[in-house]
Design a protein around this ligand. Structure first.
Ligand code: PGA
Length: 256
């Protein structure tokens, strides 16, 4: 059975003191969330401070991006080796903000997935369609293209522990959530794609998170869908009072 994963993507928010306070509160609250894996992804400069705040708890540390390159002359970039050194277990790759604002292509995301997996970190690969794609009924075609491009040559052990995050771009930070039915249909499609690309056992083991305006009041119905294995949470991850009820929804939806 797939274990729920609830991940907080803090994006470019918090400062040292607020990051530490938030992480401390999340670690405290998550202690009772039996069976749900909790991950926090702070901005790079606060990774170490947050690592300290969650030390000894069940909460894991993740990064929001990584370079595909080995350490060297890449001004402004962050190497996977550095993320590991800071205590990261996981890294979000190909988030729609990286794709649309910073021009990340499937080919670049693919290089990052491979580099992250080679170093033994967990990759959370984000895919999702724009509103125009959904309206033109091209959602599945877009997802297939992103999956094919981002996972090219990612085989064997590299696929173990991979996490997919389905994030419809029109639902990110907009307050518009995909309906549970829309989300489930996309997740089922992604799992079918994984079964075809790998095999049914691999597809059955890979967690597919939903992301896009997940809040305390919509988390439970989303997590109750058969192919939704957790949430990637942006805005609502910036306060423990908003984030912990989503973790709690995971506890409640277990064994669905
Ligand atoms: P949101 O962001 O929860 O603020 O919509 C989700 C994400 O971008 O990962």
């Amino acid at each position: 059975m797939r274990q729920f994963l609830v991940a907080g993507n803090w994006k470019m928010n918090t400062q040292r003191a607020t990051a530490v306070a938030l992480a401390t509160d999340v670690a405290r609250g998550a202690a009772s969330a039996t069976g749900v894996e909790v991950l926090v992804c702070p901005p790079f400069p606060y990774l170490e401070a947050v690592a300290g705040a969650i030390r000894g708890s069940s909460v894991r540390l993740g990064a929001q991006n990584a370079s595909a390159e080995k350490p060297g002359a890449y001004t402004g970039e962050t190497a996977i080796e550095m993320l590991i050194d800071c205590g990261c277990a996981s890294v979000i790759l190909g988030h729609s903000e990286r794709r649309t604002l910073y021009g990340e292509t499937d080919a670049l995301v693919n290089r990052k997935v491979k580099a992250v997996r080679t170093q033994g970190l967990q990759a959370i690969l984000c895919v999702g369609e724009q509103l125009a794609d959904r309206e033109a009924e091209r959602t599945e075609q877009i997802l297939d293209g992103q999956m094919t491009g981002s996972l090219e040559g990612v085989d064997g052990d590299a696929v173990a522990d991979l996490v997919i995050a389905y994030e419809p771009v029109w639902a990110i930070g907009t307050g518009k959530t995909a309906s549970p039915e829309q989300a489930q249909a996309a997740h089922a499609h992604l799992r079918k794609w994984l079964a075809g690309r790998y095999n049914p056992a691999v597809a059955d083991g890979i967690r597919i998170l939903y992301g896009g305006s997940v809040k305390a009041d919509n988390a439970l119905t989303l997590l109750q869908q058969p192919d939704i294995d957790g949430a990637l949470v942006g805005g609502a991850s910036l306060s423990a009072a908003n984030f912990l009820p989503i973790v709690e929804a995971g506890v409640q939806a277990q064994g669905k």
